[in-house]
Design a protein around this ligand. Structure first.
Ligand SMILES: Cc1cc2nc3c(=O)[nH]c(=O)nc-3n(C[C@H](O)[C@H](O)[C@H](O)COP(=O)(O)OP(=O)(O)OC[C@H]3O[C@@H](n4cnc5c(N)ncnc54)[C@H](O)[C@@H]3O)c2cc1C
Length: 414
């Protein structure tokens, strides 16, 4: 029998492996892919204590409905008859309350902040240099309505003890000299940081392999069987059975489907997003930014620049929506007039694992379970992965995580 089997070698699975290995556990990571691509590779790389509001929040429903009818909007749900989607939307609607936000903000702030420090420490250690930088992020806005929203958010940040600095266009020039911006202003969150995600992933896989963590690639798990205190087992598509003391499910957007096969309800939708990475662009901001109206993220990564955006809930297909890609690229020179993009290179896409309330699933599948969920981090999976791994490690050791985790219980929609 194995000690710990982690299903899924994305950023969440790898960080769980890192913490568990450090704690002396014998870890096996199983993935249907080969640990070289996936949602954790092409994302915007932002570590975001500033993102303390969960995706399900008041106002998002009306905004989402307006966006849904615009071809080039940053958010899209493909209309279809699908019971799981209908149930997910209903739970999303019911979760989008002031009470839910009030109960989540401090936890999200603390989780992101702890993660940032874990990335910082790891980036300084041997084997790692994945471009961790704490320069903050700029929330750039062009309209009065967006300014109003951003200043309201900055005020909420202050109340939580998070630094948020309102910058006029003149002050922006001092913060980002040499980069022309056509905006009404910005809010700078200096506590945020960024990394180069694909470099982190490659270095983490190599490091864990050198440390003796077992990697099994090309193995799709088709069933998870929880035997409680005596352990658990997983079955693979090629007919193998792996038994373990503990199983960690870190399968990102596939988690709901995997658990459903085994009879557990874990509401989840996949939010497709795109990114393009410009190699050595002639103009490159040094501080990452989010273009408020367009919901596009701009992240400097070494010599390169990554541009990413959109959230499409359209089922898992391999189609690239040209309208969405064009609207991402079109937005860039509207905010940074000097950045004319002629060739954005190949389009990457990944699926954000979205729960109906915008909070991840971290914890046992049920009471006395040998199966621990570590998934559902939506647009914050890179940022929340290190702390998720630490919490999972403590759960396996029977130690309190130090956080009140009722908001992340996997059973909360049952
Ligand atoms: C455009 C875009 C920009 C983003 N920007 C940011 C950002 O700036 N900051 C941030 O924090 N987050 C960001 N995200 C979100 C972040 O990328 C995800 O939340 C995160 O990568 C999810 O990690 P994960 O490990 O849970 O899932 P994944 O990376 O999807 O990994 C899951 C793994 O499980 C494997 N798997 C699935 N099913 C099975 C099975 N049955 N058997 C075996 N293996 C299986 C898959 O092959 C995969 O390797 C962004 C996402 C997108 C799309």
């Amino acid at each position: 029998m194995k000690d710990v089997v982690i299903i899924g070698g994305g950023t969440v699975g790898l960080w769980c492996a890192w913490h568990l290995h450090q704690a002396g556990r014998r870890v096996t990571i199983v993935d249907k892919g080969d640990f070289t691509d996936g949602c954790s590779f092409g994302n915007a790389g932002m570590i975001v204590p500033s993102h303390f509001i969960p995706m399900a929040s008041p106002g998002i429903i009306s905004k989402g409905i307006q966006w849904m009818f615009k071809k080039d909007s940053p958010f899209y749900i493909r209309p279809r008859f699908n019971l799981e989607l209908a149930q997910w939307l209903w739970s999303f609607y019911r979760s989008s309350t002031k009470k839910h936000v009030a109960e989540s903000v401090a936890l999200l702030r603390d989780l992101h902040t702890e993660s940032r420090e874990l990335y910082r420490q790891l980036n300084q250690s041997t084997d790692f240099n994945f471009g961790f930088e704490q320069k903050g992020i700029l929330m750039l806005f062009k309209s009065a309505a967006a300014e109003h929203d951003e200043l309201e958010m900055a005020e909420a940040a202050h109340q939580l003890g998070i630094d948020a600095i309102h910058l006029t266009p003149e002050k922006l020039k001092q913060v980002e000299p040499g980069i022309q911006m056509d905006v009404r202003g910005a809010v700078h969150y200096p506590g945020d940081a960024h990394v180069t995600p694909h470099v982190f992933m490659r270095q983490m896989v190599n490091h864990l392999k050198q440390e003796g963590v077992e990697f099994l690639s090309g193995k799709e798990i088709t069933g998870v069987h929880d035997h409680g205190q005596t352990g658990a087992e997983v079955s693979t598509a090629d007919g193998d059975i792996l038994q373990a003391q503990k199983i960690i499910v870190a399968t990102g957007s596939w988690s709901g489907k995997l658990l459903k096969k085994t009879g557990y309800r874990l509401p989840m939708q996949d939010g497709k997003g795109y990114s393009m990475t410009l190699e050595r662009p002639s103009l490159k901001p040094s501080i990452p930014s989010i273009l408020h109206e367009a919901r596009v993220a701009i992240t400097p990564m070494g010599d390169d620049l990554r541009i990413s955006g959109t959230l499409e809930i359209s089922g898992m297909d391999d189609q690239v929506n040209p309208h969405k890609v064009n609207s991402i690229l079109k937005a860039v020179p509207e905010y940074y007039p000097g950045m004319k993009i002629k060739d954005a290179g190949p389009v990457w896409f990944g699926y954000r694992p979205c729960t109906p309330d915008g909070m991840p699933y971290i914890g046992p599948l049920q009471s006395d379970s040998a199966v621990i969920m570590a998934t559902g981090h939506a647009m914050m999976g890179l940022s929340l992965a290190p702390v998720t791994g630490r919490i999972v490690k403590d759960m396996l050791a029977g130690i309190s995580s130090g956080h009140a985790l009722n908001k992340t219980e996997p059973s909360r929609f049952r």
